[in-house]
Design a protein around this ligand. Structure first.
Ligand code: GTP
Ligand code: SPV
Ligand code: MN
Length: 611
């Protein structure tokens, strides 16, 4: 015991509850030694990881790593929310009784750190001093040094953050054990992986992965699942998979803040980091607050506020380039200390590459290895077309590296929210943007967000599925109370935000090309929404919301086919009538859905019938 306590003393870890938690797990996991990690340890940890070949250099101040080939995305079927209250079972939270599942996952963990170092990562989700600080503290335990490097970029990490907690016991206990990755039966009937959030004990137990949200426990396990549960249990806030941005009109000096949910790998990072299109850049500036998580609450002044609890970006690499997202490229340039995972890597030149980084692959395959570590030069001809980078390969960088990060991105009081948007990959039916003024209809719209599945989770890409508020993989409590909590929190705000549904992914039915150019041009839809909110444009009222008149959209400098633009701004009433039946089935799954949501559904359905 004395031996195990020494590293805690050396690191100045004084919080007694944290010490007790760490020592308990060190013994249970059988760790050989403990190391307490702070952000100031980054340079040393990088050197150790390079020396141990866990990461490779990818240019000056850039690093590359590959995860195990069967461990490249979140596994939704293996993700569980547990509590001791059966009434917490929802449709999407994969609820299990904690008495039943805790021993199972703990059983896999017992003794699993024998001979290994147990890293202790004290962190805060949310900048220090925020009104939600009591929900922000956590201590991740992990056996994986690369996880430490990611957590240092994605969260605020340091012993000092945890020593001075107002309530020393109020921190999330987040235990991560990688496990023996080649022997976990990933995807088979004998799958050993368990990603469990014991929400009413504020404890996260993840076993069997070293990748992304499965392993960086501050991010979605705490920042979304646990936070959403805490926000509901306390009645104080919402924790959502939302991006958050500001649009400043340089002529008037006004800034509007927009947050919103798009399912995983459907455009949050790209939207939040976007620059105004060149033709609009003189007048408008977009500032970046967050790309994956927002916490929303009503502050003492009665207004709705939002903040990004994260300190970094874990962004999809695919198709990130100078045209689509120049800001992201700046945030991962030499010297940023960014990490790349599962992209292609050249072991001679130390370059990285992913599909869409450049129009064509590097011409000379010498030195290039794909995301599985296989030499491109050794590929069989029948594998020639396989992607070099995994479609869910990612870059990790801190918020401060993002060139358009908002000046006040660390303000712990957050920013006032003017608009809430939902969007997904939808190849038809959904117009470019439709605004919704009514709170219940806005929440209804979020609950019926339908989108094509993406590579961010294991499973079928492209399949249409409902993804309420983009929270389907992160839902921690039942959908009925979730909707009620939304109505309560947002309904309490003095100034109501406008809601909107956006879609950048409508396709031509014949050849499948995207009708809307997307990326930086998406700002045009948001500018219309801001003007709509201010009453400067009226749009055209449809049964499913207000769509822009084409002359209301700022199209300066944009070349777009006139018929395609019409399609983007049209509501296909027949398709929508069909959709209403699916929505009804979808919503019927949710017990105790507030009557206001059903009323909104019936209003929209009746308006569609009356068209
Ligand atoms: P998570 O980090 O998984 O939650 O994803 P995200 O919602 O932040 O997705 P992200 O912005 O990283 O985008 C995922 C993919 O969608 C990338 O390959 C992008 O290039 C592509 N994408 C993003 N925005 C657009 C757009 O406006 N149009 C088109 N066609 N593709 C886009
Ligand atoms: C997502 O899948 O929505 C992500 C990446 O943002 S992960 O952290 O792996 O969940
Ligand atoms: Mn996400």
């Amino acid at each position: 015991m004395a031996d195990l306590e020494k590293p805690l003393d050396d690191a100045g870890l004084t919080n007694p509850a944290v010490r007790e938690y760490v020592l308990h797990w060190a013994q249970y996991l059988g760790a050989e030694r403990i190391e307490v990690v702070s952000a100031s340890d980054d340079a040393r940890l990088i050197q150790e990881s390079l020396a141990a070949d866990e990461i490779q250099p990818a240019g000056e101040g850039l690093y590359y790593s590959r995860s195990y080939a069967k461990d490249t995305a979140r596994s939704e079927e293996r993700t569980i929310v547990a509590t001791s209250r059966p009434e917490d079972e929802g449709v999407y939270n994969n609820w299990r009784h904690s008495d039943e599942i805790r021993p199972v996952v703990e059983g896999h963990m017992q003794g699993a750190m024998a001979g290994k170092t147990m890293y202790v990562i004290p962190y805060l989700m949310a900048p220090p001093g925020s009104p939600l600080e009591r929900y922000a503290a956590g201590v991740e335990i992990t056996d994986n040094r690369t996880v430490c490097l990611h957590m240092i970029r994605m969260a605020r990490v340091g012993v000092d953050l945890i020593n001075g907690l107002a309530d020393p016991d109020m921190f999330v206990r987040a235990v991560h054990v990688t496990g023996d990755l080649p022997n976990l039966g990933q995807g088979t009937d004998d799958d050993q992986r368990y990603f469990v959030t014991v929400a009413d004990e504020r404890t996260i137990l993840h076993f069997g992965s070293s990748y992304g949200g499965n392993a960086l426990l501050g991010k979605i396990a705490h920042g979304l699942r646990q936070a959403a549960y805490d926000g509901w249990a306390s009645g104080e806030f919402l924790g959502e998979q939302f991006m958050l941005l500001g649009i400043t009109d340089k002529e008037t000096g006004e800034t509007h803040h927009i947050c919103g949910g798009f399912p995983s790998a459907s455009g949050k990072t790209n939207l939040a980091m976007t620059l105004a299109p060149d033709a609009l850049g003189e007048r408008y500036h977009v500032s970046f607050y967050g790309d994956d998580i927002a916490w929303l609450w009503v502050a003492a002044d009665g207004q709705l506020y939002g903040l990004n609890p994260e300190n970094g970006v874990f962004g999809v690499a695919k198709d990130t380039n100078e045209d689509t997202n120049p800001t992201a490229l700046d945030a991962i340039e030499e010297g940023t200390q960014a990490l790349f995972t599962n992209v292609a890597y050249n072991e001679s030149t130390h370059e990285v590459w992913w599909e869409g980084k450049t129009p064509a692959r590097p011409t000379d395959p010498t030195g290039w290895r794909d995301w599985k570590g296989e030499l491109i030069a050794d590929r069989n001809p029948d594998e020639a077309g396989d992607p070099w980078a995994h479609p869910n390969s990612r870059f990790t960088t801190t918020l401060a590296n993002v060139p358009n990060v908002a000046a006040d991105f660390e303000n712990p009081h957050g920013v006032k929210i003017d608009a809430i948007i939902f969007g997904g990959r939808t190849r038809d039916r959904e117009p470019l943007v439709r605004a919704i003024d009514d709170l219940a209809e806005g929440v209804y719209d979020g609950l019926t967000l339908g989108a094509e599945a993406t590579a961010a989770a294991e499973g079928v890409e492209g399949k249409l599925r409902y993804d309420p508020m983009s929270m389907r993989p992160f839902m921690s409590y039942p959908e009925g109370p979730y909707a009620a909590h939304w109505l309560n929190v947002v309904g309490a705000a003095k100034d109501q935000p406008v809601f909107a549904h956006v879609n950048w992914f409508q396709r031509d039915p014949e050849d499948g090309h995207f009708l809307w150019p997307g990326y930086r041009e998406n700002l045009r839809a948001l500018l219309w929404l801001v003007e709509y909110k201010k009453g400067q444009v009226t749009g055209r009222r449809t049964p499913v919301g207000v769509v822009p008149l084409r002359e209301e959209l700022n199209l300066d400098g944009l070349e777009i086919d006139s018929d395609e633009l019409d399609t983007l701004l049209t509501i296909d009433v027949e398709r929508w009538r069909e959709e209403m039946g699916h929505r009804e089935e979808h919503l019927k799954q949710f017990a105790n859905l507030p009557e206001q949501i059903w009323e909104a559904h019936r209003r929209v359905a009746a308006a569609l019938e009356a068209e």
